[in-house]
Design a protein around this ligand. Structure first.
Ligand code: FMN
Length: 357
């Protein structure tokens, strides 16, 4: 990088050139220091998906598991156990996520995870689903901050003894973003490894737009590193985010990454998704589910859920997606996917498009 000096005799274009290079260098530095996480997504980002992603695309710095939901005095279910088994996650940096409001269950699960080698666990304080919230778990736990404070006190002291680190994934509140200011005071009392903020409130579900002013507040006031989660669907969205929050050092990608598994590469200027890699990636997931699931219907259900996001990367008026949705047998499904990959072009710079109401 040449010095940014206004030297006599330089034409304007030279100064502009230096400025452009300076901006590029800042952007490159920022991209290199940014950490990228795969969001926990129940039903979508389990170990079959994570491994296929890890093999085909620029690996993520961390992969958060969809939530484990401990039942009192019972271990993990076999589905949960399979998701966290080290042999199912080789070479991936995985952070298991736990959804509970009982500190005993949280610590019991963290203990099991410790035995499997996990030194960081994540607490889910964001799930908006009615059945979870009504039990004061997930985003519902945010509605009872005193209980949450007592829970964190017990959990942090237990984890400290175990030598396990805690990160938290939180929404801004249950019914109002104003709840976040009190929540932040609670979080700041504990030695959190990281605070992942999805700047919506529970009643937003996935609608409306992220509340960026309050997110900025979290960046300014948190005593631990903050990670951003929410609505990063294209490289353009990412660039806007880092422009608004230049201090940000980690970002979690969810629906945008499932729709476009090449998103991290696009963001980093490493090129765009291409059909051949997508075909390989799809094949790994499909074969993976066929290997571990009994019954075609279960495999089809899983794949169709993924396609509800992945179809956004293709120019489809609707008829191709419909064929995938209507497939009742694996052969029909395979034929429908072949048609997508034969006929449809990928949308350059495209990504997940939410319905906003
Ligand atoms: C289908 C689905 C499942 C999800 N499952 C979880 C989960 O298990 N744990 C969690 O903390 N968040 C979960 N989330 C929230 C995401 O991790 C993420 O915070 C949210 O989708 C916003 O980010 P995005 O706009 O990048 O998708 C889920 C979201 C969706 C759409």
């Amino acid at each position: 990088m040449e010095p940014l000096l206004c030297v006599d005799g330089w034409g304007d274009y030279e100064i502009v050139g230096v400025l452009v290079r300076l901006e590029e260098s800042v952007e490159r530095k920022e991209r290199e220091s940014m950490k990228y996480y795969m969001a926990p997504m129940e039903g979508l980002t389990g170990y079959i998906y994570r491994n296929a992603y890890h093999r085909c695309f620029h690996p993520m710095d961390k992969y958060f598991t969809p939530f484990l939901s401990p039942k009192s005095n019972k271990g993990l279910s076999s589905r949960e156990l399979n998701d966290i088994l080290p042999e199912h996650n080789q070479g991936l940096f995985v952070v298991p996520q736990i959804l509970t409001n009982r500190w005993e269950d949280f610590l019991g699960t963290a203990e099991i995870l410790r035995e499997y080698g996990y030194g960081e666990v994540n607490l889910n304080l964001g799930c908006p689903s009615g059945t979870v919230v009504s039990k004061k778990k997930g985003a519902g736990f945010l509605a009872v901050p005193e209980e949450l404070n007592r829970f964190l006190e017990k959990v942090c002291s237990g984890l400290d003894t175990m030598g396990t680190e805690l990160s938290v994934k939180t929404r801004l509140g249950n019914v109002s973003e104003d709840e976040f200011y009190g929540l932040m005071e609670i979080y700041n009392q504990y030695p959190l490894k990281e605070l992942v903020v999805h700047p919506r409130i529970r009643s937003d579900y996935y609608k409306n737009v992220p509340r960026m002013k309050v997110f900025e507040y979290s960046m300014e006031s948190a005593s631990c590193p903050v990670c951003y989660s929410g609505d990063i669907f294209t490289a353009k969205d990412y660039r806007r985010l880092v422009k608004e929050s230049p201090e940000l050092r980690s970002v979690m990608l969810g629906r945008g990454l499932v729709a476009n598994p090449g998103l991290r590469e696009e963001v980093q200027g490493e090129g765009c998704l291409d059909k051949e890699r997508f075909r390989t990636f799809h094949g790994l997931i499909y074969e993976g589910y066929r290997r571990i699931m009994s019954g075609d219907r279960n495999v089809l259900f899983k794949m169709k859920e993924l396609w509800s996001l992945m179809i956004h990367m293709f120019y489809d008026e609707g008829s191709y997606a419909k064929k995938i949705k209507k497939a009742q047998r694996l052969e029909e499904y395979e034929a429908a996917v072949d048609l997508v990959l034969r006929d449809l072009e990928l949308v350059r710079g495209g990504g997940f498009q939410p319905e906003r109401h």
